[in-house]
Design a protein around this ligand. Structure first.
Ligand code: S3P
Length: 429
């Protein structure tokens, strides 16, 4: 199998930037809350900043106090105002889908939500359909179930909804619609998707009753006052460095202050099962989320079976897991993950195309891909497909192998992790 000749210093410390999912939610919940909130650890990247800019157009004031630190002054959900211009969420699927729910439930607030070329290709039917069951007035302007979306906010209807798609974006969209409208919602999903919205609602004192982890009911009143939101480091960003640390020839890493929400730690479970030595330390709870430090040691990896129930908890980490698979005994296989085709790019196509271009014999399936043990790769131009995680995954591969891989456009990394290349270069020195 492929060998890396990458060396890292002993006890190399990395501080990972804020969690993207929690950063978006901190903007949404502080906007819904009346009075002054404080956000610390906010991810200073394009996607969450676009969500923040959108809510400032609705009358919420965000004052930057330092890196990742904002004081938010909101008139509260009953006093937000219709923006004069379109709300542009850029590349951010989470920003637009969660905001669409929230805005649908705000009486008399009229908005148009748009985004970049990648976001304009992504499916919105998954939120439009259930929001319409709540009697939301949301329409895709081009009648194609895609962005731009036109929303006329109104009081929504309480519903009971079962989602076959285990998507935190769909779940959170409906929850935020119910929360802004002050109506109840009963929600069930097939597998547990990330539960940051549930955690933040609980943290603010909202009522949520669980029948089981995948089925709950939220009940009004949802009237919140300003609060202190602490955003942990993003495990999806840490994943690139976890793979660096496991595949390094020598040295070890300490990744500090990482969010370890159990619905997000599938990556740790899988990499450990593949043979990775990962130790959790300093575990604490903040704002309803578990956080801790991760120590990573060089390890020999092997192929394992990745089961369907784990897919939602690794959905953003699959590209970098596949890169780890290039260094694994017996290769790599991912299945039951068709929703990868609806991410920032079609992440089955983007990975298969790029892997083939560097000489890996990949078999593509509708719901995933597989390859046998890889002996070597060849240099080529990697296409980022407007997708930050594709660009970062292949940059990790480039550094691990010193193979001449050039990325066509790595500016997409700024949507989630602007400091990525700087940390990699420190790791290299
Ligand atoms: C997210 C949920 C996931 C994930 C996305 C962030 C969230 O999407 O891929 O990057 O913050 O709710 P789905 O829940 O639609 O799979």
């Amino acid at each position: 199998m492929l060998k890396s000749n990458f060396k890292i210093p002993e006890n190399f410390r990395i501080k990972i930037p804020g969690d993207k999912s929690v950063s978006h939610r901190s903007v949404l919940f502080s906007s819904l809350s009346e009075g002054v909130s404080e956000i610390t650890g906010f991810l200073e990247a394009e996607d969450p900043i676009n969500t923040m800019k959108s809510f400032s157009k609705l009358g919420v004031d965000f004052q930057k106090k330092g890196i990742g630190n904002y004081i938010v002054n909101s008139p509260g959900k009953f006093h937000l105002k219709s923006p004069k211009e379109e709300l542009d969420f850029g590349n951010g699927g989470t920003g637009i889908r969660l905001s669409a729910g929230l805005l649908s439930g705000l009486d008399k607030i009229n908005t148009i939500l748009t985004g970049d070329a990648s976001l304009k290709k992504r499916p919105m039917k998954r939120i439009i359909e259930p929001l319409k069951l709540m009697e939301a007035q949301i329409d895709s302007i081009n009648s194609d179930d895609k962005v731009p979306l036109k929303i006329t906010g109104k009081k929504l209807k309480p519903i009971s909804y079962f989602s076959k798609l285990s998507s935190a974006q769909v779940k959170s969209c409906l929850m935020l619609g119910a929360i802004s409208s002050d109506v109840s919602l009963e929600y069930e999903e097939e597998e547990l998707s990330r539960d940051h919205t549930e955690n933040m609602l609980k943290f603010l004192g909202g009522k949520i009753l669980f029948e089981k982890p995948t089925k709950f009911k939220i009940e009004p009143p949802f009237i919140f006052n300003g609060a202190k939101f602490k955003v942990p480091g993003d495990i999806s960003s840490a994943a690139f460095f976890i793979v660096f640390g496991l595949l390094a020839e020598k040295g070890n890493l300490l990744i500090e202050n990482v969010g370890l929400n159990p619905a997000r730690t599938g990556i740790l479970k899988i990499l450990r099962e593949m043979g990775g030595k990962i130790i959790e330390e300093n575990i604490q709870e903040e704002c309803g989320e578990i956080i801790g430090d991760l120590r990573i040691f060089p390890s020999e990896l092997k192929k394992i079976e990745i089961t369907k129930d784990l897919i939602p908890s690794i959905i953003d980490e699959i590209p970098i897991l596949a890169i780890a698979g290039l260094f694994s005994k017996n290769g790599f296989e991912i299945r039951n993950a068709e929703d990868l085709r609806a991410k920032e790019s079609d992440r089955i196509h983007s990975m298969v195309k790029n892997l083939k271009s560097i000489g890996v014999e990949v078999k593509e399936h509708q719901d995933g891909y597989e390859f046998e043990e890889v002996k070597s790769i060849t240099s080529n131009l990697i296409e980022s497909f407007m997708d930050h995680r594709i660009a970062m995954s292949f940059l990790v591969l480039k550094n691990l192998t010193k193979c001449e891989l050039s990325i066509d456009d790595d500016t997409w990394i700024d949507t989630s992790f602007p400091d990525f290349k700087e940390i990699v270069s420190k790791l290299n020195s």
